[in-house]
Design a protein around this ligand. Structure first.
Ligand SMILES: [Zn+2]
Ligand SMILES: [Zn+2]
Ligand SMILES: [Zn+2]
Ligand SMILES: [Zn+2]
Length: 768
């Protein structure tokens, strides 16, 4: 802002005869906003913020301007929403939250976000100025211009939005406001996200029922409940909701478990997986959604569903070993091994950041000076008679009764020493001060460019003019202030030595900054996050009655336990503990279930419950038999180790299509051959066998390549193994033997030498 020195003092406002900012003073700038920006396009409404293009007359280029102007409010004389309808406190917090979010988004490195250039107050509201591409369309308009969104377009939109989410989440914030209006698309197909989701969400929470009309259309269930935890999964919901609307053309049905997403009109390769991932992202419970943009991206990009891997012997072994040493401490957290503490609610209005002191409202003194913090500020009506010298435009006039005539008063400027006569309401300067003619007060005031209401600090002589939109502009001051023109609420905070965006309440102990209004508490800033409250709740309006529980890390508002390390939360339930929230991915799948503490530990460690141990044992047996069938477990211990099978058997004969017992003998299989008989043995080498099949549930047929077949009846035998978890036995029968023999025969084929031509060439040969 231009400043010039006059009579040794700094005039903060641009020279009065130059082009001045818009406001109350008659012929204001043709440049419109802030004496710098000239609007060049109609507005794009994006929820509570309107965007338009403007010419920046300082930089000489075009930019985007975001005007905080929530719909459904009465308009003021500039056509912007009259925020004061919600009271000065809410209006102040809304402006501050808007600036804060703009600042944060503007600093987040992403090609899909606009870059913040400037911010200022005007027209009863707040403005942010952005760098970004000019030729854009809101996604909603882009969609309405085409019949359907092509699969490649949908995938490109998904990946660009995921990239944006990743960048915003990495910066520690959430978007919370993806919508057809807040996502723009350039002619080249690049997306620009200009969502003020956090500010909008705050407004929705604070306004209660009235706030619902400000909610974006892609809103997750937890966004409708004040005080609930919002996380990356909330943004995943918004993203999936948007993709659904783009691809299918309608809003998704209310997210309810069990409601499946209808088959989309657009069919494309791997569409089922894509829509499956979208459907998962639209789950009612945040725990059931992908909990990060990365995870969501992986699911959307998937082209096939991974087959569930059957649990193998190694996995049973590993769990059996852990089961043998399984124990847990009385108050041990199943999620992280920390300590579960019984939560007791905080006393009313105790600071949830430090849990020590009460939060108290700040008292702002309207008489305190924002510049020197000392002198009392007095307000004058700059009229009948005018109080500010119209010649130097900043000195105060002092009046005294005229010496010569009782009907003529004299006035003298304390600064430029100009003398005036006041007669019948007309002020005329003495000829030695100016040749200006006598004028009535209102004309002099217009001549001076000063306002009707003027505030003056009696200590430092700083002066403030009132703007018609409620702002006060610092006119003359010894000290330059960062912002010269702002609303009363902002000046009050500056006068108290705070930042203009500070809240109206503070913790006496940890100095956390709060906004307390209408039964809702908003943490604005904490210097230190002792218990993790700040990480989850900064900027979110929380109902005061929920605060005692939320403040001790519980979101459920009921008695129970909270882990001091990882924040996992369990509620008391008749038959154990109900899991309310956790960051542990294994436990998270069971949010809402009731189990005793031991079972929660077993769940977290993927161990069987007490009641499931029998099932675990039979699964273990099954895995052991499978391992044998696949040749990964030897037939037995000691000498039996070199056999694939060894048992008595009955050799059978097929006569008249009926099997008859021929002789009892022994049957053994080694890696190279199988052998039948006791004295006279029949030995069949592996390569002579064409195949093995079951004849009935106790016999099998071995088919030889030359055409004949051998029929055998084999008993069920005990498979014994010495595992790391101890000795173990399982029963194997003829069907398992047949499977083992098939694996054996397949191994043979793998063993066969490769034809020469198919052998891989040596690397040296390639490089030469
Ligand atoms: Zn003067
Ligand atoms: Zn002062
Ligand atoms: Zn505190
Ligand atoms: Zn824990």
């Amino acid at each position: 802002m231009a400043a010039r020195v006059q009579h040794g003092r700094m005039l903060v406002r641009p020279g009065f005869n130059e082009t001045a900012p818009e406001g109350s003073h008659g012929a204001r700038s043709d440049w419109g906003l802030s004496g710098r920006y000239e609007r060049t396009s109609p507005s794009i409404a994006t929820g509570i913020v309107k965007f338009f293009r403007a010419q920046d007359h300082v930089r000489g280029d075009e930019c985007w301007i975001g005007e905080l102007s929530p719909p459904h409010l009465p308009l003021n004389s500039w056509g912007t929403a009259d925020l004061s309808a919600w009271g000065p406190e809410v209006a102040h917090r809304l402006r501050s939250a808007f600036f804060h979010e703009a600042f944060h988004l503007g600093r987040t490195p992403s090609r899909h976000l606009l870059q913040l250039r400037d911010r200022f107050f005007a027209n009863g509201t707040a403005y942010t100025v952005w760098d970004g591409p000019g030729r854009v369309r809101p996604l909603g308009q882009w969609v309405s211009e085409r019949e359907l969104v092509r699969p490649d377009e949908l995938r490109s939109i998904a990946s660009q939005l995921l990239e944006t989410l990743r960048a915003v989440h990495r910066s520690g914030a959430l978007l919370l406001g993806l919508d057809f209006e807040t996502v723009w698309i350039t002619d080249e197909g690049t997306l620009i996200v200009c969502s003020f989701g956090q500010t909008t969400q705050w407004l929705c929470d604070v306004l209660g029922a009235e706030g619902a009309k400000y909610a974006p259309s892609c809103v997750a269930p937890e966004q409708r409940v004040p005080g609930s935890v919002r996380s990356a999964a909330t943004d995943v919901f918004g993203l999936c909701c948007l993709l659904y609307r783009l691809g299918i053309g309608v809003a998704p049905p209310e997210p309810l478990r069990g409601v499946s997403v209808p088959v989309p009109k657009v069919a494309f390769d791997s569409a089922a997986h894509f829509w499956g991932a979208v459907q998962l992202g639209l789950s009612l419970l945040p725990e059931e959604r992908p909990n990060s943009a990365e995870k969501c991206g992986e699911l959307l990009a998937q082209t096939g569903v991974a087959e569930p891997v059957p649990e193998d012997l190694e996995s049973f072994e590993e769990r059996a070993l852990r089961l043998m040493t399984f124990r847990f401490a009385r108050r041990e957290c199943p999620s992280c091994g920390g300590v579960l503490e019984r939560a007791s609610p905080l006393p009313r209005l105790t600071c949830p950041v430090c849990r020590e002191s009460k939060i108290r409202l700040r008292r702002f003194d309207p008489a305190s000076c924002p510049v020197c913090h000392e002198g009392p500020v007095r307000e004058f009506q700059n009229d009948s008679p005018i109080k500010v010298c119209p010649l130097c435009r900043s000195g105060l006039l002092s009046f005294r009764r005229g010496r010569w005539s009782l009907r003529v008063d004299e006035a003298r400027c304390e600064r430029c020493r100009a003398n005036f006569d006041l007669f019948g309401g007309w002020l005329s300067p003495h000829p030695d001060a100016s040749s200006e003619p006598a004028r009535p007060d209102s004309e002099w005031r217009e001549f001076s460019g000063r306002s009707l209401r003027v505030r003056v600090c009696l200590a430092c002589q700083s002066q403030f003019d009132s703007e018609s939109d409620g702002r006060w502009t610092l006119i003359a001051s010894l000290k330059r202030m960062p912002v010269a023109s702002q609303y009363e609420e902002e000046w009050l905070r500056v006068a108290s030595g705070l930042s203009p965006e500070s809240g109206n309440a503070v913790c006496e102990s940890c100095r956390s900054d709060y906004f307390l209004h209408g039964g809702m508490l908003t943490l604005i800033e904490a210097r230190r996050d002792y218990f993790g409250f700040a990480r989850h709740y900064t900027g979110q309006a929380v109902p005061i009655e929920q605060l005692p529980w939320i403040g001790v890390g519980k979101v459920s508002s009921g008695p129970g336990f909270v882990c001091s390390d990882c924040g996992s939360e369990f509620d008391d339930a008749p038959a154990g503990l109900r899991l309310v929230q956790t960051t542990n991915p294994t436990l998270r799948e069971r949010t809402g279930k009731v189990l005793d503490l031991e079972s929660w530990h077993r769940t977290a460690q993927r161990l069987p419950m007490r009641t499931e141990e029998r099932e675990f044992e039979s699964g273990f047996d099954r895995a052991m038999v499978e391992a044998y069938e696949q040749g990964r477990l030897p037939f037995g211990k000691g000498r039996r180790k070199r056999f694939l099978w060894r048992s008595p058997c009955v050799r059978l004969e097929l006569r008249d299509e009926e099997l008859r017992a021929r002789s009892r003998c022994r049957f053994a299989v080694t890696p190279d051959y199988l052998e039948i008989g006791t004295v006279r043995r029949t030995r069949i080498r592996r390569e002579e066998i064409a195949g093995v099949r079951l004849y009935d549930d106790s016999s099998l047929v071995i088919e030889r390549i030359e055409g004949s077949a051998v029929y055998l009846q084999v008993p069920t035998v005990v498979l014994a193994a010495k595992l790391r978890s101890g000795p173990r036995e399982a029963r194997i029968g003829v069907a398992n033997l047949a499977n083992r023999l098939r694996t054996w025969l397949d191994e043979k084929r793998l063993d066969e030498p490769m034809p020469r031509v198919l052998r891989p060439s040596k690397p040296e040969a390639i490089s030469q």
